[in-house]
Design a protein around this ligand. Structure first.
Ligand SMILES: O=c1ccn([C@@H]2O[C@H](COP(=O)(O)O)[C@@H](O)[C@H]2O)c(=O)[nH]1
Length: 310
């Protein structure tokens, strides 16, 4: 799966992933449906799905992937989860690669069930069903190898990928992840595990389908990880609303502009509230904000001798 993602990044010259963290409150009044005959959760979930469809239509030709954050669907109950599933389907049908941001893990048996749900298959009698059928899922590796192995198996079996939390973008991530043990930080040790877990999933560009999550807010840590983990492909959240800059993304990337994909959720979803795009409909504003992000990254690449052109 990593090769498919990389090919789309190269084709679109866009190492960008739009985050569909769609809250009902983000939807502009004028876009809301006038169909009130359903209960409140169904109403919210239906509108969220319609909003996502319009956003996907607006950005599908300029980005390779979307990241669908499960929390913003679970908060609307069963109907929200249905919108999550339908959003994944819609985005895949539009040709996008879909990352299910679910951060799952548990003991091996339960991790197997989670993996079946998001990237594997659920068996019912003779039938094997791809339930959410995302291309990638985010996972939490802090339970150790037995909790990750089922996901890695499904990566190999169904040509899928995972991103394992290594150095998260949030303010308090250092409380545990930066602790040192035997002269190595916890996040660096986790990166060692990610490289080991993914060694049989390395694609033609030298990156593994078993990747890492490293926040854009921690460029120095990203540089340290990259020094000794050349095969790890990185999902990079934290650009935009969390303050990560294009300069700060550089340690993740090689000279060909490969090695990572940068997520941006709120700043794109709610771009229509930004002064720069204020007169635009939300989907046009989201497209313009995505193009501005692409220009920012490509200009920074250019200044640092990084290019998608051979
Ligand atoms: O370390 C992490 C891991 C995941 N995330 C997720 O990415 C997006 C970021 O949203 P923005 O609106 O662009 O800040 C969100 O879904 C987080 O849950 C992260 O931010 N940091």
């Amino acid at each position: 799966m990593i090769d498919k993602l990389i090919e789309q990044i190269i084709e679109k010259k866009s190492p960008i992933c739009v985050g569909l963290d769609t809250k009902f409150d983000y939807i502009p009044q004028e876009f809301l449906s006038h169909e009130f005959s359903t209960d409140a959760l169904t109403y919210a979930a239906n509108n969220i799905f319609q909003y996502n469809c319009a956003l996907v239509d607006a950005i599908a030709d300029i980005v390779p992937a979307v990241k669908v954050q499960a929390a913003y669907y679970e908060m609307y109950g069963c109907e929200g989860v249905k919108a999550f599933r339908d959003t994944i389907r819609y985005a895949k049908n539009a040709g996008l690669i879909v990352i299910a941001d679910v951060k799952r893990n548990d003991i091996g048996a339960t991790a197997t069930a989670y993996s079946s749900a998001y990237i594997g298959r659920t068996k019912i009698g003779e039938e094997e069903l791809a339930v959410f059928n995302a291309d990638f899922a985010t996972v939490n590796g802090y339970l150790g190898t037995d909790g990750i192995a089922p996901f890695v198996e499904d990566c190999k079996k169904y040509d899928k990928g995972i991103f394992v939390l290594v150095k998260t973008s949030n303010k308090s991530s250092g409380e545990i992840q930066d602790l040192e043990f035997e002269h190595k930080t916890i996040y660096n040790r986790m990166a060692d595990y990610v490289q080991e877990w993914g060694k049989e999933c390395i694609g033609t560009y030298g990156y593994s389908s078993v990747g890492a999550v490293i926040g854009a807010t921690y460029p120095q840590q990203a540089a340290r990880i990259r020094e000794t983990h050349p095969h790890i492909f990185v999902l990079i959240p934290g650009y935009g609303a969390q303050g990560g800059s294009a300069e700060g993304l550089l340690p993740n990337f090689d000279q060909k502009g490969l090695g990572g994909i940068v997520n941006n959720s709120r700043a794109i979803l709610t771009a229509y509230r930004n002064e720069a795009y204020v007169k635009m409909p939300f989907d046009k504003a989201a497209r313009e904000a995505t193009l501005a992000m692409q220009r920012d990254i490509l200009d920074t690449f250019d200044k640092n001798g990084i290019s998608y052109d051979e």
